[in-house]
Design a protein around this ligand. Structure first.
Ligand SMILES: [Zn+2]
Length: 414
C-alpha cells in the first residue's frame, strides 16, 4: 500500500458556532460545506486538502479526542484488507458520502487515524490523470479533446500560481528559489535539470543574466517526461521516443508568438496604442512615480523606446552580417536611468516613433526569406529576425496593462 498524502484532517469542538467563526477568519472564507443538523463543516484548501470541524452532535465526535489525519489511498477496500492482515484495529466500517469513502482505525498512543478514498482530492493525481488521458486521446487521433485536457491542466496550474501571487510578492525571491529547487528535487525532477536551474540561480545571485551555456534550452520527452539539456539527437534514453517528439522550452513565448505579417502589423499598431495612452497627459503627470513605487509613465515609455533601440541595432546587424553575435541587454534596468534622455516624455515618445517607423520601412522592404536570417544571442542562442520581431512586438503588449493602469490611476486621482 502506498500513501500518497493526507488529504483530510478533522478536529472536534464543544462550541460549533464559535469554532467555525474562528476558522472562517483564519482561512478567509466560510466553510465550503456546512451541515448544522450533524454539526459538520468542511473547508477546502487551495491544495485540495480539506479541514473539517465536528460538533458534539456529529456521530464521529467521540473518535476525535485528538485531531485526526486522513491518509489518501487509491482503493480503500484493498488498503483496509491489507492493514487488517497486519492486525490493525478498525473503529468504523467503510462509510461513504458522494465520491468520498473513509474508515477510522486506531494507532499507537490512543491516536485515531483515517484512510480516505477521494476521487478529486489529490491535485497531483488529477493533473497527472488529465495528461495521461490527453496522451491516450492523441493515440486515438482525438486531438481536439486532448487539447482541451491540456488546456484544463494549464488553466488549473496557472490559476494556482495566480492565487499564490499576492502572498509571495513581498517575499525574498532568492530564498523562495532555493526552497523551490529543494522541493523540485525532492519530487524527483531529474538532477540535470535541477543542476541547470541552480546554475541560473547562481548567476542571478551574482547580479547577472545567465547565458545560454549555463542555462541551455531544455527538451522534455512528451511521452515519459525525461528532460535533456541539449537538442535531442537520439531516441529517449528512458522510453525510446523519437527525438523530434520532444518539447523544446524556449526562453519566452514572445519568440514564436507572431508570424512575419502579424508581427509587422503589431509593431505599427503598438505605436498608436502607446501614443493614445500618453498624448493628452502633461509632463508632470507622466513623470510622476506612483506612491506605491515602480515605474512612472515616463519610465514605461523610456523602456519601450530603449527596447525599440535594441531591436533597431540588432536588425541592422542581422541584415548586414551573416549570423552575427548579439549581446544580451538588460533593457529593463535602463528605464529609470536619465542619462541622454530627451527632456520630455513626448519627446522620448517622438524618438521611439521615429526609430519604429524606420524599422517598419526596413521590414516592409525585407524579402520574406530574409526573415529567417539568424543571429547568435548570448542569452537565447540562435534566433531569426522573425523571432526577434515577434519577441519585441509581443514584449510591448505585455506592458500595456501596466501602462493603462497607471494612466487610469492618474486620471482618477486628478
Ligand atoms: Zn521518453
Amino acid at each position: 500500500m502506498r500513501l500518497s498524502w493526507y488529504s483530510w484532517a478533522g478536529i472536534r469542538t464543544s462550541d460549533f458556532d464559535t469554532t467555525l467563526r474562528f476558522f472562517s477568519e483564519i482561512f478567509g472564507h466560510a466553510p465550503d460545506r456546512r451541515d448544522d443538523a450533524h454539526q459538520y463543516a468542511s473547508y477546502r484548501l487551495n491544495s485540495g486538502q480539506t479541514f473539517e470541524v465536528l460538533g458534539p452532535k456529529n456521530p464521529y465526535y467521540a473518535l476525535h479526542e485528538y485531531p485526526v489525519i486522513g491518509f489518501q489511498v487509491d482503493d480503500l477496500k484493498v488498503a483496509r484488507e491489507e492493514l487488517s492482515e497486519k492486525g490493525i484495529e478498525w473503529l468504523t466500517d467503510i462509510d461513504a458520502w458522494g465520491s468520498d469513502a473513509w474508515s477510522y482505525f486506531r494507532g499507537p498512543d490512543g491516536y485515531v487515524f483515517q484512510l480516505l478514498q477521494r476521487e478529486t482530492a489529490d491535485w497531483r493525481g488529477t493533473v497527472a490523470q488529465a495528461l495521461a488521458l490527453a496522451a491516450r486521446l492523441e493515440g486515438e487521433g482525438q486531438y481536439n479533446i486532448a487539447k482541451l485536457m491540456r488546456a484544463a491542466v494549464d488553466s488549473l496550474t496557472r490559476r494556482a500560481s495566480f492565487d499564490q501571487d499576492d502572498r509571495s510578492a513581498a517575499r525574498d525571491l532568492t530564498q523562495d528559489l532555493d526552497r523551490e529547487i529543494a522541493s523540485l528535487a525532492a519530487w524527483g525532477v531529474h538532477p540535470s535539470l535541477i543542476a541547470a536551474i541552480e546554475q541560473g540561480v547562481a548567476a542571478r545571485k551574482e547580479g547577472r543574466l545567465p547565458l545560454l551555456d549555463e542555462t541551455p534550452h531544455p527538451y522534455v520527452c512528451r511521452t515519459c517526461g525525461h528532460p535533456l539539456l541539449s537538442e535531442p539527437d537520439a531516441r529517449c534514453p528512458v522510453c525510446g521516443a523519437w527525438p523530434a517528439t520532444f518539447q523544446a522550452f524556449l526562453p519566452v513565448y514572445w519568440l514564436n508568438a507572431l508570424e512575419p505579417s502579424e508581427a509587422l502589423e503589431q509593431l505599427g499598431q503598438n505605436l498608436v496604442v502607446v501614443e493614445k495612452f500618453i498624448e493628452d497627459l502633461p509632463e508632470n503627470t507622466l513623470a510622476r512615480a506612483p506612491d506605491a513605487g515602480g515605474w512612472s509613465l515616463r519610465n514605461a515609455v523610456s523602456h519601450l523606446r530603449d527596447a525599440q533601440g535594441v531591436l533597431q541595432v540588432r536588425l541592422d546587424r542581422m541584415i548586414s552580417h551573416d549570423n552575427p553575435a548579439l549581446e544580451s541587454q538588460a533593457v529593463f534596468e535602463w528605464a529609470d536611468q536619465e542619462t541622454d534622455r530627451p527632456p520630455s516624455t513626448h519627446e522620448i515618445f517622438g524618438s521611439y516613433r521615429d526609430s519604429r517607423n524606420q524599422t517598419l520601412t526596413q521590414l516592409q522592404n525585407l524579402p520574406l526569406k530574409d526573415w529567417w536570417r539568424t543571429g547568435r544571442h548570448e542569452e537565447f542562442g540562435t534566433i531569426t529576425i522573425r523571432q526577434h520581431v515577434s519577441y519585441f512586438a509581443t514584449h510591448e503588449i505585455t506592458h500595456f496593462q501596466q501602462i493603462e493602469a497607471l494612466r487610469r490611476h492618474w486620471l482618477e486621482s486628478g
